[in-house]
Design a protein around this ligand. Structure first.
Ligand code: T5A
Length: 202
């Protein structure tokens, strides 16, 4: 029987270390040629939507915002994620649909669903840390503030609470990690959880 690919996602509030951990995992899995994507982005259309959503300074209706994030995702699924999984590759995503559930659903209060055409991740690492400290990491790194980062602290706390609810509802998929640990310590835990998936794929 053909080997199945598998799908790993990283979620969390701003500056919690998702990109760092996703990249370290991709490095570790290099020999298996993983596909590393970030959201929103990863296709020509998705990168244009990213720019529109985050950097154009536009007033965007909350529901329109949600559909734009999801349109970006659908294009990424169609062009990259679904073909890679079908080719038995490992896909690592720096944010995915749980971000929409947490930001647009939890913090903006919109009704959200999981579209059947979006593949479900096999494992989702949720980096949990102090929300304010995460936003502070961004500032310390001199990163330009995007439209979402300019939201209030209360907004970002609601995002964190929504993530906790998502993780509690699907404990078989989510792995909560302490984002305040060192990069290496967190990555060690990530690899520990990924190893059994690799063994299953041999
Ligand atoms: N959004 C996104 C939605 O509202 N809905 C959606 O559906 C989707 C997909 C995306 C924005 O869009 C929103 C969420 C976001 O607001 P983005 O630029 O992709 O914007 O922002 P983030 O996803 O938040 O990504 P960042 O790169 O900004 O943060 P990360 O990835 O969590 O953190 P990372 O790894 O870049 O690290 C941040 C800093 O901390 C350091 C790093 O070196 C870096 O300087 N760091 C650590 N420092 C100490 N200890 C550690 N363990 C550290 N790990 C990393």
């Amino acid at each position: 029987m053909a080997k199945q690919g598998f799908f790993i996602t990283f979620e969390g509030t701003e500056g919690s270390g998702k990109t760092t951990q996703a990249e370290l995992l991709a490095e570790w899995l290099e020999k298996r040629n993983p596909v590393l994507v970030r959201e929103p982005g990863g296709t020509e259309l998705s990168e244009q939507i990213r720019d529109t959503l985050l950097y154009r300074g536009l007033e965007i209706d909350p529901e329109a915002e949600m559909y734009l994030f999801m349109a970006s995702r659908r294009q990424l699924v169609a062009e990259v994620i679904a073909p890679a999984l079908a080719a038995a590759q490992i896909v690592i995503a720096d944010r995915y649909h749980d971000s929409t559930l947490a930001y647009q659903g939890g913090a903006r209060g919109l009704a959200t669903t999981w579209p059947p055409s979006f593949p479900r991740p096999d494992i989702t690492f949720l980096l949990v840390g102090d929300v304010e400290a995460g936003l502070g990491r961004h500032e310390a790194a001199g990163k330009r503030k995007d439209r979402m980062e300019q939201e209030s602290l209360e907004f970002h706390r609601k995002v964190a609470e929504a993530y906790e609810r998502l993780a509690a509802a699907e404990p078989q998929r989510f792995v909560r990690l302490d984002a305040t640990g060192s990069r290496d310590k967190i990555q060690f835990e990530v690899r520990d959880h990924v190893k059994p998936l690799l063994d299953g794929a041999e």
